[in-house]
Design a protein. Structure first.
Length: 406
């Protein structure tokens, strides 16, 4: 038999190999189908509840029952009678100004608060409920007829895209360095700048856009300042730029507010606000400056007033801290304050200085004890002394006790 040709052997081997591969491919199981992605169920809303109670005992230099100057708030005040007119005092110019609720010594309840919110990541809602004598002082009147006697905030939240948050409803102002909730402040009592020269709340819509962790811009269109309804059929506009954690130690916010209508019942029409804080370890410096320009008759005759507040706070230990606050407020056109009782009308530009020292002590979780001493002096007689006579200075010693779930 003749030997096989090399090419023929190679061709035969190739044919056998191809046939074997084809057979193996035909016998192999087909590949499994790609997995079907399961539809993710929406996550349940995150619900948050918190509560706090704020009580105090105080002794002050004014005679019990005498009117408290306009800028004093939340402590040293008599319980509010919702059936009575809001207390006022003669402003020395033929009108009246709110006198708060009258000086009192002894024990008192400031406010009890309940906060509730839910957040789905895109949609949320928040409600702030407040009860106690501080609530009508916050409004400077009883707001029960509007349904707001216990509600200090209620709004819905929408986050349509990353970095953008929109709130609509009733919310606290975006300005200032202090708030009603004293445990969030460095001092127990709120400063004169907070109560006399800043807005508290707004009805409308606000938006905040964070470009990154350091830069946030806020804008709002609202009825006005401290108004549940629009008083002049014209919106008010607000804008703020916030710079956060600059260099890891510095925060700054600069904002403005403008009432587009002809008048404002609260006298907050053109408002400029700056808040800055510097934190170096356990030491913090906080500053706040405000400037207001308004129209006294709703159209012309502009007047202005301004103030500055500075606070230095130091945490000695995690349980003990101290804070010192100083303020200077100027009312050159004598539009905000009036003389006490039968004191003569102001003849020169008015100014006010406040000095406050506070110890912050946390003996247990959720408990804050704050002994505080506060002294004030004014250019004119806006206070009363222990005999009920007008005077230009005043002091108080307060021991605040706060319990909070936060």
């Amino acid at each position: 038999m003749l030997p096989a040709h090399p090419r023929l052997i190679a061709s035969s081997a190739l044919l056998v190999l191809s046939s074997s591969s084809l057979a193996l491919a035909q016998d192999a199981a087909p590949p499994p189908p790609p997995p079907v992605a399961e539809e993710e169920e929406p996550s349940a809303p995150t619900v948050n509840l918190s509560m706090f109670a704020d009580t105090y005992v105080s002794v002050n230099s004014a005679k019990s029952g005498t009117p408290v100057p306009y800028h004093r708030a939340y402590d040293n005040n008599a319980p509010y009678d919702p059936l009575a007119d809001f207390p006022t005092t003669d402003d020395g110019m033929g009108g009246t100004v709110p006198s708060s609720l009258g000086s009192r010594n002894g024990f008192g309840l400031s406010v009890i608060g309940l906060d509730a919110s839910f957040d789905t990541g895109t949609v949320g809602a928040t409600a702030f409920l407040r009860f106690g004598p501080s609530v009508p002082i916050f409004y400077a009147a009883d707001m029960g007829i509007t349904g707001l006697d216990s509600i200090l905030g209620g709004y819905l939240t929408l986050k349509p895209i990353e970095g953008l948050t929109i709130d609509a409803g009733y919310f606290g102002t975006i300005y200032g360095a202090e708030v009603l909730e004293g445990y969030l402040d460095f001092n127990y009592t709120r400063g004169a700048l907070y109560y006399a020269m800043q807005p508290f709340y707004h009805f409308g819509a606000k938006a905040a856009y964070s470009f990154n962790d350091m830069v946030t811009v806020r804008a709002m269109v609202v009825n006005g300042a401290n108004n549940s309804v629009d008083e002049n059929d014209a919106p008010a506009l607000g804008l703020q730029l916030a710079l956060n954690d600059l260099g890891g130690v510095f925060d700054l916010s600069v904002g403005g507010f403008y009432e587009t209508g002809d008048d404002s019942a609260w006298g907050i029409e053109t408002f400029f606000d700056v808040v800055a804080s510097l934190t170096l370890g356990d030491f913090t410096l906080l500053g706040n400056f405000d400037y207001n320009t308004n129209r006294s008759d709703g159209v012309t005759a502009e007047y202005s007033y301004w103030g500055v507040m500075g606070t230095a706070a130091y945490s000695i230990t995690p349980e003990i801290g101290v804070a010192f606050r100083g303020e200077y407020l100027s009312d050159p056109d004598n539009q905000v304050w009036g003389p006490a009782g039968d004191a003569p009308a102001f003849t020169d530009a008015f100014n006010l200085v406040t000095l406050t020292g506070t110890v912050d002590y946390k003996p247990f979780d959720h408990i804050i004890i704050r002994p505080e001493f506060r002294y004030e002096t004014a250019a004119d007689n806006i206070f009363f002394d222990s005999d009920g006579a007008p005077t230009d200075s005043w002091y108080t010693a307060v021991l605040g006790l706060i319990a909070t779930t936060n």
